[in-house]
Design a protein around this ligand. Structure first.
Ligand code: NAD
Ligand code: MG
Length: 400
């Protein structure tokens, strides 16, 4: 039977890898929806190749160019946020949720109610909505599959029937381009240096998140919600080779890990094939060539984002949204060269101290809330934090 697949963020790093894998090994599939942000050429090219039931471009300013490109193609195309959410909410078998940042929240939330399997790359929506997102997927008969390589690794080796025998989860982190540097050495690093990830080729936002370790902080929160584990049972270990993708430590002394080359197509293929495995020309792991695998503890003084993420998780979902929103706006400001590398964490910490969380401030509210209210609350906090951080930027400029 033909399997229908929607890709939210099809023009991004994860989206493109997903389509490539489908080309290589997808079997009998049809694309239900393709959604892209503003890359007209690539989205149009994908639409012509895969002929999805609907193709949506998010950015209205690019609409005339997009419409002209596809004129006469007979394809169903649309534009804007409402169209994005409508396309994401179409009935389908599998959704790859790979829009970056909080922009992915509404469409991912819509996809969660389709009953489809949700291959989740957009970690930011899970970080902000917590269990409510997973519950929403499951209440509609779907299932969340983690695309993030660390969580995918844990998903592969975690035996849910032995959950009470797990002592901890260990997330591995490459350490990013600045692994081993002191705080003082980080003060002057440039955008270009931060965008040069040693192992992974990814979108700009997650690449900066990897350099600050905010990515690992988001992943810590992601793991807590995905696997229902308290933060104090999730450790982070720096492993620069990115070969051991994460581990589950059982109380009998066994630790189970998943290994693989640092290539996102491996976890993506696992999600595409699950519960089966896809056969494709996967890159192979040559342990002899690798020769050395090293591990060390993270330096939370030089990379405070990990500690801040832990605090946010401890404080509850409202605070995880604050952490996420402040980080997202600071990453953009760093990319725009408006703030320095170390200031990202400084501003996030200030935002976490100052944000007002009227409604979901405590752990008691990590509820099984499946209504749209959770998403609305998250977006309210997100907007509030963005304006708070913008104000901080402005007053910092006035004081220099
Ligand atoms: P990317 O920047 O390469 O791609 C992002 C995609 O989102 C693009 O298709 C873009 O057009 C789309 N987009 C942006 N704004 C949009 C909007 N407002 N509406 C609709 N679409 C919009 O990012 P990426 O590296 O592919 O990452 C995507 C997600 O996957 C992120 O949440 C990231 O954390 C996660 N992830 C990525 C990797 C990786 O290796 N790239 C690994 C693990 C997790
Ligand atoms: Mg990851």
């Amino acid at each position: 039977m033909t399997r229908r697949i929607s890709i939210l963020g099809s023009t991004g790093s994860i989206g493109v890898s997903t389509l490539r894998l489908l080309d290589e090994a997808g079997g009998d599939f049809a694309i239900e929806a393709l959604i892209g942000g503003r890359n007209v050429d690539l989205l149009a090219e994908q639409a012509l190749k895969y002929r999805p039931a609907v193709t949506v471009l998010a950015d209205p300013s690019q609409w005339p160019a997009f419409r002209d490109r596809l004129a006469g193609s007979g394809l169903d195309i649309a534009c804007g946020e409402d169209a994005v959410c409508a396309a994401a909410g179409r009935k389908t078998d599998l959704v790859m949720a790979a829009i970056v940042g909080i922009a992915g929240l509404k469409p991912t939330w819509a996809a969660a109610a389709t009953g489809a399997t949700l291959a989740l790359a957009n970690k930011e929506s899970l970080v902000c909505c917590g269990r409510a997102l997973i519950d929403r997927v499951e209440a509609h008969g779907g299932r969340v599959l983690p695309v993030d390589s660390e969580h995918n690794a844990i998903f592969q080796v975690l035996d849910a029937t032995q959950k009470d025998k797990i002592s901890r989860l260990i997330l591995t982190a490459s350490g990013g381009p600045f692994f081993g540097r002191t705080r003082a050495e980080l003060a002057q690093v440039t955008v270009e240096q931060a965008l040069k990830h040693p192992n992974w080729s990814m979108g700009a936002k997650i690449t900066i998140d990897s350099a600050t370790l905010a990515n690992k902080g988001l992943e810590l929160i992601e793991a807590a919600y995905l696997f229902d584990m308290p933060g104090d049972k999730i450790d982070v270990v720096i492993h620069p080779q990115s070969v051991v993708h994460s581990l589950v430590e059982y109380r009998d002394g066994s630790s189970l890990a998943q290994l693989g080359p640092p290539d996102m197509r491996v976890p993506i293929s696992y999600c595409l094939g699950w519960p089966d495995r896809v056969v494709w020309q996967a890159p192979r792991l040559d342990l002899v060539k690798l020769a050395n695998l090293s591990f060390s503890a993270p330096d939370e003084n030089a990379f405070p984002m990990l500690r801040l993420a832990r605090q946010a998780l401890e404080a509850g979902e409202g605070m995880t949204t604050v952490f996420n929103a402040a980080n997202e706006i600071c990453v953009q400001a760093f990319l725009d060269r408006r703030i320095g590398f170390l200031q990202i964490a400084d501003y996030v910490e200030t935002a976490m101290m100052r944000a007002q969380l009227p409604t979901i401030s405590s752990k008691d509210h990590i509820s099984r809330d499946m209504s749209g209210d959770r998403m609305t609350l998250v977006l309210e906090i997100d907007v509030q934090v963005r304006s708070l951080v913008q104000d901080l930027f402005v007053s910092a400029r006035q004081h220099v």
